[in-house]
Design a protein around this ligand. Structure first.
Ligand code: DGL
Length: 272
């Protein structure tokens, strides 16, 4: 089974990385639309146009299913993409509000996402359906997208931004942070400077991939937590059966280096 996974940029690698852990016998094409990142501040029409091009491209490369590894693109384009391609499963992502509410104690839930995801009807409808006790608060975090894209994980860049965004929010009031953008997974360690272990960090990756496995009858790996470290770029390419594209162009050597380093970081933050 060959699956196409796309995102505006490298946020979707967090989904691909988790897929390496969880799914057996799968090949991937990963597509980062780095010419157009960030999507989170674009218009819905722009995002729909980019997503339609990407899906056509992935199908032309033989993908038998598509994962939209982007909450923003899912919220504005999943419906249209499914109308255009009835014959191929297209799986979207949405902020994991439901699991956060199910796990929740008496404290509140903070859903972080891009401005587009927070504005769109898809998330509003989800919250209206599942947030019976009105416990969900919303927080836009567009700055984390460019930090992740630039591999800018240094504390002096990330912490001032988070200090400003998290002002007034703490573990005393919040039982969960929902990471409603795939780029936000890279910063799990940094959130811990502001929220202690009594606040869970909840992303939608595992839930989405369980759904993918079920829908496509892919066997789940019984040893999904086995450490996944690649010695070098060649080993990464050999072991993962993945072709990488950046806005339609095959990844160059330097871009593969970027991907290699990001997989390493994702493996580190996976345990947090
Ligand atoms: N990674 C994307 C998401 O999950 C969007 C980031 C962006 O391009 O703004 O929403």
């Amino acid at each position: 089974m060959k699956i196409g996974i796309f995102d505006s940029g490298i946020g979707g690698l967090s989904v691909l990385h988790e897929a390496y852990h969880m799914l057996n016998d799968t090949e991937y094409i990963f597509y980062a639309d780095t010419d157009h990142v960030p999507y989170g501040t674009k218009t819905p029409d722009e995002i729909r146009t980019y997503s339609e091009e990407i899906v056509k491209f992935l199908i032309s490369k033989g993908c038998q299913a598509i994962i939209i590894a982007c909450n923003t693109a899912t919220s504005v384009s999943a419906k249209k993409l499914r109308e255009l391609h009835h014959d191929i499963p297209i799986i979207g992502m949405e902020p994991a509000v439901k699991p956060a509410i199910e796990e929740n104690d008496e404290r509140r839930i903070l859903v972080m996402a891009t401005p587009v995801t927070l504005r769109e009807a898809k998330l509003k409808n989800l919250i209206a359906r599942v947030d019976e006790k009105h416990k969900v608060d919303l927080l836009p975090m567009p700055g984390l997208v460019s930090l992740a894209e630039n591999e800018d994980f240094s504390p002096d860049k990330v912490l001032p931004y988070l200090t400003q965004q998290f002002e007034g929010f703490s573990s005393r009031d919040y039982s969960a942070l929902v990471l409603g953008c795939t780029h936000f997974n890279y910063f799990k360690a940094e959130y811990r400077n502001f929220f202690n272990d009594s606040t869970s960090l909840i992303d939608g990756n595992k839930g989405t991939l369980r759904h993918v496995a079920d829908l496509l009858s892919i066997e789940l790996n019984k040893d999904e937590d086995k450490e996944l470290i690649f010695k070098d770029i060649n080993e990464m390419l050999d072991m993962t059966h993945t072709s990488y594209y950046f806005s339609g162009r095959p990844a160059q050597e330097s871009e593969l280096g970027h991907i290699f380093r990001l997989h390493k970081r994702l493996e580190e933050v996976r345990k947090i």
